[in-house]
Design a protein around this ligand. Structure first.
Ligand SMILES: CC(C)(COP(=O)(O)OP(=O)(O)OC[C@H]1O[C@@H](n2cnc3c(N)ncnc32)[C@H](O)[C@@H]1OP(=O)(O)O)[C@@H](O)C(=O)NCCC(=O)NCCS
Length: 166
């Protein structure tokens, strides 16, 4: 998609990302925090000190459209060629098809870092996210029933994976 660019997140981007993330924490079940996180908690999530895993700010026509990341799946060395993937678009940039380009970008980055499996862990209610990953060729690989609870609702978690084959 033209005019979509990705920038490695730096310290001075943290407030922007915090606003987006906390908005979704407060209003949706797209993640399972119950209350807003602090800048320090976000810093620890984002700067995990491993060159393979990176968070990017998404810019669309020079506006901040959201953020996306590749992060560590599990700390044990055997999982070093697997990464978890995530996308959070600003509310006004959802529903426009940007998500596909973002996932395509993350897949390319993952391949360049010798990551061969990418995984998305999604709330069972998050139809937009499930559809996005299905459309991008991810396959459902796990379904955890009623493992989460938010806003008085029991929530499933579904995992989708794609083998990039690098
Ligand atoms: C999930 C997200 C990344 C998807 O990206 P997107 O660019 O908005 O996705 P698209 O516009 O391509 O829409 C994906 C599909 O979901 C559908 N959709 C969008 N919003 C929906 C909703 N609220 N309920 C049901 N379906 C919805 C779209 O119609 C589209 O369906 P299609 O594949 O049949 O055409 C984006 O919406 C987002 O950032 N949401 C908020 C944060 C979030 O949930 N992140 C994911 C955490 S796992």
């Amino acid at each position: 998609m033209d005019n979509l660019t990705f920038h490695k997140v730096e310290e001075n981007d943290l407030e922007t990302i915090l606003d987006i993330y906390n908005f979704y924490i407060l209003t949706t079940t797209s993640n399972f925090y119950h209350s807003p996180i602090s800048k320090e908690e976000l810093r620890q999530l984002i700067f995990i000190g491993h060159e393979k895993y990176q968070t990017y700010l998404i810019r669309y026509y020079n506006e901040t459209a959201g953020f996306c990341f590749l992060t560590q799946y599990k700390k044990k060395e055997a999982y070093n060629r697997t990464a978890e993937i995530g996308v959070y678009l600003n509310p006004e940039f959802t529903g426009k098809g940007l998500g596909s380009s973002v996932v395509a970008f993350l897949e390319k980055v993952a391949s360049s870092k010798q990551i061969r499996v990418v995984l998305a862990s999604i709330s069972g209610e998050n139809t937009a996210s499930i559809k996005l990953f299905q459309r991008m060729g991810f396959e459902k690989c796990a379904h955890y029933r009623e493992v989460g609870e938010k806003f008085g609702r029991l929530l499933d978690v579904v995992d989708y994976q794609k083998i990039l084959g690098t």
